[in-house]
Design a protein around this ligand. Structure first.
Ligand code: SF4
Length: 252
């Protein structure tokens, strides 16, 4: 097999919130979305296309990444953890993603893919046998809102979600909640409805910790006046989703 090289911007060991158990999370560089609440704007640049250097990006092979993943095998076995691929949007480097997950599965690692769902059915068919859990973002309920808040409409994303649900894939829905941006009655009702189709739904409160990254990159801070969401407010939104029929809804 030809050894491919991917572009990543970080590897974090001992991650506790990127899927079940203790995990090693690999962050792929490059994302076609521009979410207004993004905490990782350094992931946006695609230096291999633009000839620019992003602050922390580097090339790596699957073998190099899996050497790091291997270091914590004992923790995965005890906790039910493994490898999570995140970003950016990992499917923006599809061939490298498939190679990394294939090799990870051949070594016996549990695999999670943290994704927006913005990819086609042919890639999804290749990902099914090598992905144990899909951490699937759910950002806005109408196509117009999705376009406004993330820079892309949600039709292809919704199609991916429906395919995942129809095939019984293990899906954890991840819902960023931002007052003044995507929190509204219709969205809460949709989260409740979809929660009944997936294994778990995680609510992710907006926090403003990534602002310094925008400033460092010389990018205007998109939600400059929006404060971090309090835990009380998050509980209130969780209750509202449960009242609308939501099940297995957790604070992420
Ligand atoms: S999909 Fe993730 S990495 Fe991409 S812009 Fe949105 S929050 Fe940022």
């Amino acid at each position: 097999m030809t050894k491919l090289t991917g572009v990543i911007f970080d590897i974090q060991r001992s991650a506790m919130h990127d899927g079940p158990g203790i995990r090693t999370t690999v962050f792929f560089q490059g994302c076609p979305l521009r979410c207004r609440w993004c905490h990782n704007p350094e992931s946006w640049a695609r230096p291999w296309l633009k000839g620019q250097s992003a602050p922390k990006s580097r090339s790596a092979t699957a073998d190099e990444i899996l050497e790091v993943v291997e270091l914590d095998r004992a923790f995965y076995e005890r906790s039910g953890g493994g490898l999570t691929v995140s970003g950016g949007e990992p499917t923006a480097q599809p061939e490298f993603l498939v190679q990394l997950l294939t090799e990870a599965k051949s070594l016996g690692f549990h695999t999670c893919l943290d994704t927006t769902g913005l990819f086609g059915s042919s890639l999804l068919a290749r990902l099914f046998p090598i992905t144990d859990v899909f951490l699937l973002d759910y950002k806005a309920s109408s196509s117009v809102e999705h376009q406004e808040l993330t820079g892309v409409d949600n039709r292809a994303i919704a199609a991916t979600r429906k395919r995942l649900v129809a095939t019984g894939a293990n899906v954890i829905l991840r819902c960023p909640l931002i007052d003044g941006a995507n929190v509204n009655g219709r969205h809460l009702s949709e989260i409740a409805r979809i929660s009944r189709q997936v294994a778990q739904t995680q609510l992710l409160p907006y926090h403003s910790l990534g602002r310094h990254k925008y400033e460092a990159l010389g990018i205007r801070v998109p939600l400059a006046g929006v404060p971090s969401m309090s835990s009380d407010r998050l509980d209130e939104l969780r209750d509202a989703i449960v009242l609308r029929g939501g099940v297995r809804v957790e604070v992420g």
